[in-house]
Design a protein around this ligand. Structure first.
Ligand SMILES: Cc1ncc(COP(=O)(O)O)c(C=O)c1O
Length: 412
């Protein structure tokens, strides 16, 4: 198989570095991937495929870190977005989509009675903590070690330039460890406003962990007993496990749920839903942003959510993800390579056992990228409704070759 080269990408990166610190920042920097084995810039995409600026084609398992659940340039969604664009996007007041969007989403998401809209996931995880603190009159937020809830000061994983006092009121426990959770609650009795959890644990740079049997039931009971609010951060999993919210998939009963990423197939919008008793507080707390009211992403999101329900998208993604998972597991086993393939098949995370610094993973995924399969070496992958059975088979042909190369390179 001919390996890709990336002359134009890396030339463009040099130009970017002249004008932009680091050229590309955040998790999209090429230094976060296998430098030299991936492109730096994407020219276009269609469905599950992307083409870089050198003209190389990939089957994309990152889906723009989760947004592209129905594939890039989905015609139905784009039609709705264009229809709204022709009427205008940003107005001085909310658009005629405002009520339509709110009504649809409140009816769709199980057990939730109101909704507010932001742009990025971080907007709504932060607002959920504001509501929790306002409603309970308490300060502390409990979350799981390693969990990512966004880039705002109260929860960012970065320390540089941020006074650590911003995180003074955040407490950590090990996901699934109810004893540790109870200890934190006891030690901070009367000052815990909320616990925020992702539907299953998908920590940064770590294996994924499913909730233990009875975990969410007991979390709910402790929250009720202690006057603590239970927030689910469904920004990464949302709409890939259950169209009515991933809490439904796991039988959890949260007070608020945060959504973003896949809810509009790449158009910028996030949402926070909540229970009736929190509505007045949500109306008292201050929440705004210049672009929070834009209409085009709402048109796209409405179309996206309706298609997810209509086409049974979560079942399909699960099916494709399961074929990928069993194919990869079989290939690794048949070559005597130990991997952990964790999480839900629609949002899997693959790791070589003992590969603590991800160097093996970086090699494996870099070789896959050079052969047209876009995987991430240390972030979970995403399946979409645009991934076909043919895509999965092509992917497995490449991963088979990459396992063999990895075995040779690392004497596995
Ligand atoms: C679980 C979770 N919460 C919150 C966020 C923050 O979302 P955003 O990057 O849109 O601010 C992310 C983003 O990856 C996420 O995965």
């Amino acid at each position: 198989m001919t390996e890709y080269s990336f002359e134009k990408s890396y030339a463009m990166l040099e130009v970017a570095r002249q004008y932009i610190p680091n050229g590309i920042y955040g998790p999209r920097t090429p230094t976060f991937l296998t430098y030299g084995s991936y492109p730096c810039f994407i020219d276009r995409g269609k469905g599950s495929h992307i083409w870089d600026v050198d003209g190389n084609e990939y089957i994309d398992y990152m889906c723009s870190f989760g947004t592209n659940i129905l594939g890039i340039c989905n015609e139905e969604i784009d039609q709705e977005a264009i229809r709204q664009m022709q009427k205008g996007d940003c107005f001085t007041l909310p658009s005629s989509r405002w009520n339509e969007m709110a009504e649809y989403m409140v009816n769709l998401i199980e057990g939730q009675d109101w909704v507010v809209f932001g742009k990025n996931g971080s907007d709504v995880t932060s607002f959920a903590t504001t509501i929790a603190r306002g409603y309970t009159g308490k300060n502390k937020i409990i979350m799981a070690h390693g969990a990512y809830h966004g880039a705002h000061f109260w929860c960012t994983h970065s320390e540089y330039g941020i006074p650590k006092e911003y995180q003074d009121h955040v407490l950590y426990f090990n996901y699934n460890d109810l004893d540790e959770f109870k200890t934190l609650v006891n030690e901070n009795r009367g000052d815990v406003a909320a616990i925020m959890l992702t539907p299953f644990h998908h920590p940064a740079l770590g294996d994924m962990v499913m909730p233990a049997q009875g975990f969410y039931k007991e979390v709910r009971e402790i929250c009720d007993r202690e006057g603590i609010l239970f927030i689910i951060d469904d920004i990464r999993c949302g709409f890939r496990l259950n169209p009515h919210g991933s809490h439904v998939y796991f039988g959890a009963e949260p007070d608020m749920v945060c959504f973003g990423k896949a809810m509009a197939n790449g158009y910028p919008i996030a949402a926070l839903t909540g229970k009736e008793n929190l509505k007045a507080t949500a109306g008292t707390a201050y929440f705004t942003g210049t672009h929070f009211f834009s209409a085009v992403p709402m048109a796209a999101s409405l179309a996206c959510m309706k298609i997810i329900v209509r086409d049974g998208v979560t079942d399909y993604i699960n099916e494709m993800g399961t074929i990928l998972k069993s194919g990869i597991q079989q290939q690794a086993a048949s070559q005597g390579i130990n991997i952990n393939y964790t999480g839900h098949p629609a949002i899997p995370f693959m790791r070589f056992v003992g590969d603590d610094d991800f160097s093996v993973s970086r090699y494996f995924c870099g070789e896959a990228a050079k052969r047209g399969i876009f995987l991430h070496p240390h972030h979970n992958w995403f399946l979409s409704a645009a991934h076909s059975a043919d895509d999965i088979q092509k992917t497995l042909q490449v991963t088979e070759e990459c396992f063999a190369l990895t075995k040779k390179e690392f004497n596995k």
